[in-house]
Design a protein around this ligand. Structure first.
Ligand code: ADP
Ligand code: MG
Length: 699
């Protein structure tokens, strides 16, 4: 970046070696170029003063002018609280501090005119300002020149090192003259023109110190577009490379195994959605490219059958196939399901998990190497194990969100030529996220449930409804149904959580002494767990009290009630997964979300969404909105391969689409970005890849 590149941030006014070190350690900011790319996360309008009587609920930050009438100190030690009664000459308002009390009392005086700035909160029927910023009017520029003030993310360590948002703002101010000299452009002129984008110099200046709201918008647009375009160029370039260099196994034939199964073994008519999806998969597998397909379908939509029939196509073409599941229970269940589906049709299926005995394991390895075994079903053990296939042609991965990019690449190494990959998930990845995470992952959707299913009815109850709920449980069981009661279990609070399950179990036993109730959690021995599950599946238990071990896969069509205790502690996609355990039979099913009374607004939203819709797509979109892409289950384990600094996958979905199309057009004409007009982008892309370790991992 020319001039900027020559600056050592240590020597900027207000920085120095200590703060430079903090920038580097805390935010990975090492150069002036990094620093200008640390964008504000919000702006606050300080161009006017408000009166206390104008304050309304949900107001963002506001500034007031007036005097402190008196200070009141209350509490001791950690519970100390300082209140200042502040007046704007007409009304009064409380300013409140819980920390830095001594500092505040010493610094601020009563009877002096101050500008007070903060976010109003409503407490005890009154508005107050918590930990406001206070300045003498003479310390501030006149409000009409203040405009939009940038706020920067900082960490706790930075704050204690005197590098808070305000300090960062001052440093940016010092950087401003260097920006005004001009920053080398990172987008080619033809794109700036085509989309009427602001140039980089203007955009950087305005993102930190917006002239006005319009300029800020233009700056944002430009920087977002740039960010999204490079993400797309990177993914799509890799995809192109793969298309040109990696061949896929060609599986044109639909033969004996498929036909036999279809005509003699299929227990029911396929839904139209299943038929369509199998066709899509077959088209991929026979097309000469390596398939990379995501199969999305709500819980109970019949993905397993689609997986099986896809595997039969692979077998018909002389290849082997495997299914990987996230847990042993799920792997065993797939194994049982598939074995009973193919019965004596001649398809050889085996199960490999962590608990497969050495001797069985050896036999299995041998039959895999000889090609005698057609389908291998297992857990991670499948990739960790020194498993050698004769010719692995198709890999099915169940419940994608538990499989990271790294694991997938391990699988690839099982073959000289990568197998086709089919990833199945009930928690759909929102389109925008999929577009950002994967280049060529095509998507098939089973958007139809097998006939006769009734949508699950979902209710949100507070604790006080427990009596009524018990009555309901009893009625359902009398009618011949079964009930799940699920408790959260997370590592950080494992002990407490286990205690909750145990107590819950005791409670239900006490409440329903005449019913058969089982308990299942992750701490049980696998055999015990398995036994309890089987008992429930066979209908010999009325209620299963469990932790989330039952989240994925368990299939008990007779279970019609899912009670989720402490539902506030589950994420949306988990709630949706759990709910999917019921509604698998012909009877009306119910999902009850139990929570305490006090709920955060996010939680309230989650409950509201769950009771409103059964649509997995809607839920995953909502999840993305509530949590942001970094926290989505799909990205948590695998890790977002890059971090978006300014674009937002929810709000900027339209722009993402444009960036993607633009990247496609560019690469269509110039796959390696060798043309003169694209040189700049090639250079920029290379720089980005070097700066971000993870960028190369996107598949
Ligand atoms: P998913 O994995 O998508 O949640 P499954 O493959 O476990 O769903 O299927 C759920 C249930 O629906 C299973 O009991 C399965 O046998 C049944 N099923 C699948 N396809 C059909 C169909 N076309 N008609 C009727 N039942 C089906
Ligand atoms: Mg399934």
């Amino acid at each position: 970046m020319g001039v900027l590149a020559a600056i050592d941030i240590k020597f900027l006014p207000g920085v120095g070696p200590k703060k430079a070190e903090l920038f580097a350690r805390e935010l990975d900011i090492r150069s002036a170029e990094d620093l200008v790319r640390h964008y504000p996360y919000k702006y606050i309008d300080r161009s006017r003063f408000y009166y206390i009587h104008e304050i309304a609920e949900n107001m963002p930050f506001i500034q007031l002018k007036g005097q402190i009438l008196r200070f009141d100190k209350a509490g001791e030690g950690r519970n100390q609280r300082l209140t200042a009664i502040f007046t704007d000459g007409k009304r009064t308002l409380e300013l409140v501090w819980f920390q830095g009390i001594k500092f505040v009392i010493e610094k601020y005086k009563t009877g002096v005119e101050y500008v007070v700035f903060g976010r109003p909160s409503f407490f005890n029927g009154k508005f107050n300002l918590l930990h406001p910023e206070i300045d003498l009017p003479s310390q501030l520029p006149p409000p009409e020149t203040m405009g939009l003030q940038p706020y920067y993310n900082t960490t706790e360590k930075m704050k204690s090192g005197f590098l808070n948002s305000k300090a960062v703002q001052k440093i940016m101010q010092a950087l401003l003259p260097h920006l005004q000299g001009g920053v080398p452009e990172t987008l080619p002129a033809y794109l700036l023109k085509k989309y009427s984008l602001m140039n980089l110099t203007e955009a950087l200046i305005n993102i930190h110190f917006p002239k006005n709201a319009h300029a800020l918008n233009k700056a944002r647009q430009r920087l977002k577009f740039e960010e999204l375009l490079y993400v797309q160029l990177n993914i799509l370039q890799q995809t192109k490379w793969r298309e040109m260099n990696v061949k896929g196994f060609v599986m044109k034939k639909v033969g004996h195994f498929f036909h036999t199964f279809y005509s003699d073994y299929l227990p029911f008519e396929l839904t139209n959605a299943q038929k369509r999806v199998i066709k899509e998969i077959h088209a991929d597998m026979s097309g000469g490219k390596q398939m990379n397909r995501l199969l999305q379908g709500d819980v109970g939509s019949g993905k397993t059958l689609v997986a099986l029939m896809s595997m039969l196509i692979a077998i018909d073409n002389g290849y082997q196939a495997c299914i990987m599941a996230p847990t042993e229970i799920l792997a065993s269940q797939h194994f049982e399901t598939i074995r009973s589906l193919v019965r004596d049709s001649g398809v050889k299926v085996s199960l490999l998990t962590g608990s497969t005995r050495p001797k069985a394991r050896e036999e299995l390895h041998a039959s895999l190497r000889s090609g005698e075994l057609h389908i291998l079903i297992g857990t991670h053990a499948l990739i960790e194990d020194p498993v050698q296939f004769l010719n692995l042609g198709l890999v099915v991965i169940d419940e994608q969100h538990r499989f990271g990019v790294e694991q997938r690449s391990k699988l690839w190494r099982k073959n000289v030529q990568p197998p086709h990959i089919l990833v199945m998930t009930a928690t759909p990845i929102p389109r925008t996220l999929a577009m950002t995470l994967y280049g060529d992952l095509s998507v098939s959707v089973i958007d139809e449930l097998p006939p006769g299913r009734k949508p699950v009815q979902t209710f949100h109850y507070y604790e006080n409804k427990r009596q009524a709920l018990n009555g309901f449980i009893y009625k359902q069981i009398q009618a011949g149904r079964q009930v799940y009661v699920v408790y959260p279990l997370i590592q950080e609070s494992e002990k407490m959580d286990l205690q909750n399950v145990t107590e819950g179990y005791a409670y239900f036993r006490e409440t329903f002494p005449e019913l058969r109730i089982s308990m299942v959690h992750g701490k049980l021995k696998p055999a015990e767990k398995e036994y309890q599950m089987q008992e429930f599946a066979a209908g010999r238990m009325h209620i299963m009290v469990a932790t989330t071990v039952i989240e994925v896969g368990v299939n008990v069509p007779n279970a019609s009630v899912m009670i989720i205790e402490n539902a506030e502690r589950f994420g949306l996609s988990q709630l949706h997964q759990l709910r999917g355990r019921v509604g698998r039979g012909a009877e009306q099913s119910y999902c009850i979300l139990l929570t305490g009374f006090k709920l955060a607004s996010d939680t309230r939203k989650r409950m509201e969404i769950m009771t409103r819709t059964n649509d997995g797509f809607e839920i995953s979109e909502a999840d993305l909105q509530l949590r942001g892409p970094g926290d989505m289950e799909g990205t948590q384990q695998s890790g977002m391969p890059f971090e978006l600094k300014i674009a937002d996958l929810v709000r900027d979905s339209r722009m993402l689409e444009i960036a993607r199309n633009t990247a496609m057009e560019i690469l269509e004409e110039d796959p390696r970005l060798e043309k003169e007009i694209n040189r700049l982008m090639a250079y920029q892309l290379k720089k980005l890849k070097q700066s971000t370790v993870n960028w190369g991992n996107i598949s």
